[in-house]
Design a protein around this ligand. Structure first.
Ligand code: ATP
Ligand code: MG
Length: 200
């Protein structure tokens, strides 16, 4: 703005502004939804959700991305039935976890997404054989804006897992993560427990 520039320079500058604006827009959306979820928005959106169908849709959407990175993305789904939930937000949990598995894998890697019944509950698991997380960083992965050192170059705000945790907590479910550096990561989710009774 301090002097006149060539069209190419304006074009480059505008492209940076467009990219940054959409990154900030996404960040604002994520933070807003995080606050809404924490404030109880999930309770107003409960419907029976087929976990297997949700995983199938998400895997379908992300299959191309996985292929582009040279990864195999496999879905193994048992007879899971439905859980009472907010379909949009549970879908967000699935994509955040599978996107992480893709982002933090190495070419030739394998990602296994599964759901299985366990008693009267449904267990969802996303397992990868990627870079893993060090014991030192493990306790912080669900913190807002936390990113382990090795992932700083991959883009992202460090919100995916905190959003997933906030959504699952709002469903009275559980989410946990185990990881071995250099070997891979497994995230286990029980999408919801006590709502079952209310919707039966
Ligand atoms: P965003 O999800 O907002 O795009 P992000 O992926 O960095 O950014 P989270 O999804 O919250 O943020 O994950 C936090 C950090 O945990 C990541 O930066 C990464 O270091 C680590 N992490 C998460 N999932 C995995 C995984 N499957 N394998 C290895 N590291 C992981
Ligand atoms: Mg993420």
């Amino acid at each position: 703005l301090l002097r006149v520039r060539s069209p190419a320079e304006y074009q480059r500058a505008l492209q940076i502004i467009v990219d940054e604006a959409s990154r900030l827009g996404r960040l604002a959306d994520q933070l807003l939804d995080l606050s809404r979820t924490d404030a109880g928005a999930v309770q107003r959106q409960l419907r029976p959700v087929s976990v297997a169908a949700l995983l199938c849709d998400t895997v379908d959407h992300l299959q191309v991305l996985a292929e582009q990175r040279g990864l195999t993305l496999e879905l193994v789904s048992g007879q899971c039935g439905e859980v009472p939930g907010d379909e949009f937000r549970l879908g967000m949990v699935c994509s955040n976890l599978i996107e992480n598995a893709i982002k933090y894998s190495r070419p030739g890697g394998h990602i296994r997404v599964s759901c299985r019944p366990e008693g009267n509950r449904t267990v969802v698991e996303v397992a990868d054989d990627g870079i893993g997380i060090s014991a030192e960083h493990l306790p912080r992965v669900f913190d807002r804006f936390f990113r382990a050192d090795g992932s700083r170059s991959s883009g992202g705000a460090g919100l995916g897992l905190s959003i997933a945790q906030s959504i699952i907590r709002a469903h009275h479910g559980e989410i946990s993560l185990t990881s071995q550096p250099g070997q891979g990561t497994i995230v286990t989710v029980l999408p919801g427990t006590m709502f079952k009774v209310q919707l039966a």
